[in-house]
Design a protein around this ligand. Structure first.
Ligand code: ARG
Length: 422
């Protein structure tokens, strides 16, 4: 730790160890006359964070810290999203979007704890993440000033590398990938580079968690996920803590290539962009959860909840995690989950996951109900009356329209005939 200088501003930077946030350390010092504390937040991204912290110090950070937020990430963010079957535009499990409010909350609380009045993040001015960070920080800690160097500095990749060289910065040894990658327990987002042409199939090199298709087993594999109140607790009978359970699902489903997503997405800032995702564990757990709900929730609740789930997903995407509406919808979702208890059998094969079996003590698919009150004989005579009443509004509407049309048709030629009379 370099000794702090009380006359300079103190900025806490959300630091990933990548090129942008590495450069941000001296850049903030120069352009904002400030000292920087680099804060890495572990939300389950692969890659080594402690080496990144050492580099941050050597690159001029006053201090570098790591907060392990994995358990909070699963319990407070991923589990509510799973219970809400959260998918943006029907396909994206919101992995990046779900981590942002947690990172923002952690950043704000560390800044306040250290007496810093400013936070910084490495988002560009074109994406959703700046919206998510800024809205969350404005909401939770409105006294903090926000600096977003990448949004301000107008450097391209080459400028950045030159800046790093001129400032003798130590950057990650690995060759910087041409793609922008974001990772956490719920998935991996990859954009930019050759992915920018939406007509060009994603090259294999962008995938990491799902292996090459040639390595996907020829044989299908089944696995059983147990749920209690809408939350997964066991895989193949083995109890796992939430973080390990998500990791295990990523590993098992990823080995079969499950969870590759190629999506043209609508961003909050009004532009479309092509994103590639790998979310094997999320996609498998979402499939299992949705399938169990279909067994235990009644039809009207399933239909209503689908609308709530969709709105919940949009709010997460749009950076409104810390909003009264998201919280209220979340509370509704939780109130539906008591019966989402049981087991689902998933079949993993060649990039796909399907629920092929589900069982629950709350199952509403009850063969004995069909014979309720009538022994083994279904009361077919009641069905006849039911169908009459059920179809009555349509029958009436059809009859009225037919009659009205017939009378118009009957009169029109007559009126026409009158006018045409010489
Ligand atoms: N489009 C995704 C979202 O807004 C991911 C954004 C981050 N992606 C990235 N490749 N850095 O949630």
């Amino acid at each position: 730790m370099t000794t702090s200088n009380p006359s300079r501003r103190h900025v806490v930077l959300a630091y990933s160890g990548g090129l942008d946030t590495s450069i941000a350390i001296p850049w903030i010092g120069e352009h904002h006359d400030a000292e920087v504390t680099a804060l890495s937040i572990d939300v389950g991204q692969e890659g080594e964070l402690t080496g990144a912290l050492d580099r941050a110090r050597r690159n001029g950070a006053r201090d570098a810290r790591l907060v392990d937020a994995k358990a909070a990430f699963v319990r407070e963010f991923l589990w509510p999203a799973l219970q809400a079957n959260a998918l943006y535009e029907g396909v994206y499990p919101l992995s990046t979007a779900l981590a942002r409010p947690l990172i923002a909350r952690t950043l704000a609380s560390v800044a306040l704890e250290l007496g810093a009045d400013t936070v910084a993040h490495g988002c560009t001015g074109k994406g959703n993440d700046q919206v998510r960070f800024d809205v969350a920080i404005h909401t939770l800690a409105p006294s903090l000033t926000i600096i977003a160097p990448v949004r301000e500095w107008n450097m391209n990749r080459d400028d950045e590398i030159r800046y790093a060289r001129d400032h003798h910065l130590e950057i990650r040894a690995t060759v910087e990938s041409p793609y922008s990658v974001d990772e956490n327990l719920w998935g991996r987002s990859v954009e930019g580079g050759r992915l920018e042409d939406p007509n060009r199939p994603a090259p294999e090199e962008v995938f990491d968690w799902t292996g090459h298709p040639e390595t996907w087993p020829k044989e299908a594999e089944t696995l059983v996920v147990d749920f209690e109140r809408g939350l997964p607790t066991r895989i193949d009978g083995r109890a796992l803590d939430p973080v390990d359970l998500v990791r295990e699902m990523n590993r098992r489903a990823g080995a079969h290539g499950v969870g590759r997503i190629d999506h043209v997405e609508d961003r909050v800032v009004g532009i479309k962009s092509r994103e590639t995702y790998e979310c094997p564990g999320a996609i498998a757990l979402l499939e299992a959860h949705r399938s169990l709900e279909s067994l235990v929730l009644p039809r009207d609740l399933l239909q209503f909840k689908a609308g709530v789930d969709r709105r919940f997903s949009d709010l997460v995407y749009e950076g409104l995690w810390f909003s009264p509406l998201r919280e209220a919808l979340g509370a509704f979702v939780v109130s539906t989950q008591e019966v989402v208890t049981g087991s689902v059998t998933l079949r993993l094969h060649q990039g796909s996951v399907r629920a092929v079996g589900r069982t629950s003590e709350y199952s509403l698919l009850a063969p004995e109900l069909a014979t309720f009150g009538a022994g083994s004989r279904f009361p077919q005579e009641l069905a006849v009356g039911f169908i009459h009443l059920y179809g009555l509004p349509n029958q009436l509407a059809h009859a009225r329209r037919t009659a009205a049309r017939a009378s118009t048709e009957a009169e029109t030629p007559a009126a026409g005939a009158l006018l045409n009379r010489p």
